[in-house]
Ligand binder design. Structure first.
Ligand SMILES: [Zn+2]
Length: 249
């Protein structure tokens, strides 16, 4: 319902952008848009709620091809928005995540499946050792490295115990991503803590993998877990400070 309403508002924006000849649209043009480009006009702060919402709906119709048939236009925008959203079901993990920027960036690449794991490199024809550097037993895939490998599971379990996370551990990538999404959804302190800590866990696993591969240095999963907890305590903003500091490692 929420998305449908946004689509309906975006439809008004489309009308404005295409100067549909209605009285109120001419009024918006002469009052707010004037001679500026539609996509770069700042949201007018003094305007009514509805006008501001229309300006804010711009990203929903950006780069979208709408067939100007009139009656199903809201439906077209709605389906466009729905598709865009279903492609990134994990965006709640990235939203207001207070993990270190380099950790958030790594998490983002991981969720997009863009991290250069051995599996992806060998798919491109680059010759690399495909075995996991933690266990030397299985091929290094995203699923193995971050979800199934014993080393990663130990880190997740230890850090999960520390922040009282239940229902752990997932055993494949789909479950893992679902688990990340479910625990990161909403505005609660627990969700805030979870998304920050799980992002730092992801980053720590990736960095440990890199240091084993490229610097031939390795650390135990206990040391990694301890460092994640330390970073989380330092990064905690006032909103989650008390929660994080109430956990005992
Ligand atoms: Zn492994």
């Amino acid at each position: 319902m929420y998305l449908w309403n946004r689509a309906a508002i975006a439809k008004h924006w489309w009308d404005i952008a295409h100067k549909q000849d209605k009285m109120w649209i001419r009024w918006i043009h002469s009052y707010y848009v004037k001679q500026q480009h539609m996509d770069s006009v700042p949201v007018p702060k003094q305007a009514s709620w509805m006008v501001r919402k229309m300006f804010e709906a711009r990203p929903l119709v950006a780069n979208m091809q709408i067939q100007p048939t009139g009656k199903s236009m809201i439906g077209q925008i709605y389906h466009h928005a729905l598709t865009a959203r279903s492609k990134m079901p994990w965006k709640c993990i990235m939203y207001q995540n207070v993990a270190r920027p380099k950790a958030t960036f790594t998490m983002w690449l991981l969720l997009l499946d863009r991290l250069l794991t051995a599996e992806r490199l060998s798919k491109w024809g680059i010759k690399v050792d495909t075995k996991c550097c933690f266990c030397q037993k299985y091929d290094e895939t995203r699923e193995h490295l971050f979800v199934q490998c014993e080393y990663a599971r130990q880190v997740w379990t230890r850090v999960g115990q520390w922040m009282h996370i239940q229902n752990f551990p997932p055993t494949n990538w789909i479950q893992h991503q679902q688990w990340l999404i479910i625990n990161s959804k909403g505005k609660s302190q627990n969700a805030q803590v979870f998304k920050m800590v799980s992002t730092e866990v992801t980053y720590a696993i990736w960095m440990e993998r890199n240091s084993r591969l490229f610097e031939k240095q390795s650390r135990s999963w206990e040391a990694i877990a301890k460092e994640i907890v330390y970073v989380a305590c330092v990064r905690a903003n006032p909103r989650i400070f008390d929660v994080i500091h109430s956990f005992i490692f």
